[in-house]
Design a protein. Structure first.
Length: 295
């Protein structure tokens, strides 16, 4: 059986510009937690956005397939695609403040998705939202439903968005750096919460992060991205024991140790960057020779 999410040879370009994703192939099995790591600008969020059908207008898909639950999203009409994604997948965003509309109460923002996309009755959506808010350990869910986003702490807002993501029992959740906008003390709680919810609901998770420490705690496997190119995909256990790619080894060496945060901070060596950039250039050269040219 094919994977629940199967991205095949996906290339994105900035319209009239360079490739942002370079023939990315990536699978997420049902119920699996797959990490997606890489430095800033590597294309992690673009992969998540492509899967959720929320790419910026300036970005164009020039090749590839995105199979979600046995359907290639890129072959669907936009309205069908929105319906399929809405019924199957959800997002836990990076910044809970900007993800919520500041001028609307929290309740309708959680229930809207259920009502508008999935056609639930408002009362059922309301009951489900209350249940989920309790499940993510929000005290007094009814009061929180009546609150405005600014009346909640950052951690509470992210709990609301986690509840919202899980509300319709999606089979896949894309979590895009879901803890980086939060206070350090809250990050750990939110990470545990996501891991617990994932395990309880059996949801597949594509977990975007630049933090290998997070990957080691929550993911079963990971893909390493550099310049829009996947340079390694491995089970997490193998990766931490023996990363396959020189760039992965350098990333691992650059990760601070929890026991001593200031030790082990080795920047990625220039020779490693030069080598992986040559791989990116090579990938573009063979891609152009394979037929597609921009302009
Ligand atoms: N809205 C946009 N329009 C055009 N290009 C964009 C847009 N957002 C990002 N990019 C470009 O696409 C590339 C990939 O960006 P992406 O946001 O996926 O990186 P990332 O790996 O998520 O980085 P970060 O860790 O900083 O979030 C980068 O070169 C970035 O400059
Ligand atoms: Mg990003």
């Amino acid at each position: 059986m094919s994977a629940f999410l199967s991205i095949r040879n996906l290339s994105l370009v900035l319209k009239g510009g360079p490739r942002l994703l370079r023939s990315v192939s990536l699978d997420v099995e049902a119920g699996e937690v797959r990490g997606l790591v890489g430095e800033s600008g590597a294309g992690k969020s673009m992969i998540g956005k492509a899967v959720l059908g929320i790419l910026p207008r300036s970005v164009e898909v020039v090749e590839g397939e995105i199979w979600l639950d046995e359907v290639d999203l890129l072959k669907l009409r936009p309205s069908e695609r929105r319906r399929k994604i809405g019924a199957t997948a959800a997002l836990i965003p990076q910044d809970p403040l900007t993800a919520l509309n500041p001028s609307r109460r929290v309740g309708p923002q959680v229930t809207d998705r259920l009502v508008d996309i999935l056609g639930w009755k408002r009362a059922d959506a309301q009951a489900r939202a209350l249940e989920l808010l309790a499940e993510v350990h929000i005290p007094d869910p009814a009061r929180v439903m009546r609150s405005y986003p600014h009346e909640l702490s950052g951690g509470m807002r992210q709990r609301v968005l986690i509840a919202s993501a899980f509300a319709a029992e999606p089979k896949l959740i894309v979590a895009d750096e879901p803890t980086t906008a939060l206070d350090v003390t809250v990050q750990k709680q939110i990470l545990h919460l996501i891991a617990r919810m994932q395990a309880r609901h059996g949801t597949a998770l594509l977990f975007v992060t630049h933090d290998l420490g997070v990957v080691s705690k929550v993911c079963g496997s990971l893909a390493v991205l550099y310049g829009g190119l996947v340079v390694e995909q491995s089970p997490v256990r193998d990766f931490f024991r023996q990363p396959a790619h020189a760039y992965s080894r350098a990333l691992l060496a650059a990760t601070p140790k929890y026991t001593d945060p200031m030790a082990g901070l080795n920047p990625v060596p220039e020779a490693v960057i030069t080598a992986v950039q040559a791989e990116v250039a090579q990938a573009d050269a063979s891609w152009r020779n394979g037929g597609w040219r921009h302009d």
